[in-house]
Design a protein around this ligand. Structure first.
Ligand code: SAM
Length: 197
């Protein structure tokens, strides 16, 4: 009996730019070291079929990819192509205002939730309805990703102020809008939207 495409096929989980941190149950991919698959993520197409991937981890990787915007957009298009509707993408990145980001010469672009929101058709449509002219990247590239959750991880000294009650969560959040080295890293949960395809 033939498998119905996308239903009985084994879903794929990708740990892209895995480095030494391989994940069980994932295809661990990197340009260097001993991954399961050695692939340069800046080279497209990636070696997985359309709509084959249900989960992606990009831990401290996206800020290393696509110095040129067109190259970055190709990576985003490729991520969208291989993922299924509702695939979950966990993106972990250093905060662009933290010295961890600023001090590494292999970091080529800051990643912020505000930038990733440009790849959401729902968000772009809402902005357009309000008269805002944010670049409609979701429509230009014909991709669609929703931000489900953003978790900020504060640097130890700010985390200590928060935990001891010296500062409230709101005060630390306000500090992160004004000062460097407050948020150390962020974890963004991104979800693929393909329901109309
Ligand atoms: C900072 S390390 C993070 C490693 C691991 N994900 C972790 O969280 O510990 C970045 C990784 O991305 C990989 N990488 C950078 N550019 C890449 C590319 N174009 N294609 C594939 N992997 C790449 C590097 O080889 C490195 O292993």
């Amino acid at each position: 009996m033939m498998e119905e495409k996308g239903v009985l096929e084994q879903p794929i989980q990708l740990n892209l730019g895995c480095g030494e941190r391989k994940l069980a149950g994932y295809i661990n991919v990197d340009l260097h070291g001993s991954p399961d698959v050695r692939h340069d993520l800046e080279k497209t197409p990636w070696p997985w079929p359309d709509n084959s991937v249900t989960a992606v981890t990009l831990s401290h990787v996206l800020e290393h990819l696509g110095r040129d915007s067109e190259l970055f957009f190709n990576i985003i298009r490729e991520l969208y192509r291989v993922c299924r509707h509702q695939a979950q993408i966990v993106i972990r990145v250093p905060h662009p205002w933290h010295k961890d980001y600023l001090g590494d010469p292999t970091h080529v672009r800051p990643i912020l939730p505000e930038g990733l929101a440009l790849f959401s058709k729902k968000q772009i449509n809402a902005w357009q309805a309000q008269g805002y002219g944010n670049t409609p990247l979701a429509h230009i590239l014909d991709v669609d990703f929703e931000i489900i959750r953003v978790v900020n991880y504060y640097s130890p000294e700010w985390d200590a102020k928060l935990r001891s009650g010296v500062l409230s969560a709101q005060q630390v959040q306000q500090a992160s809008e004004q000062y460097v080295n407050v948020i150390k890293e962020m974890e963004i949960l991104w979800q693929v939207v393909k329901e109309d395809r």
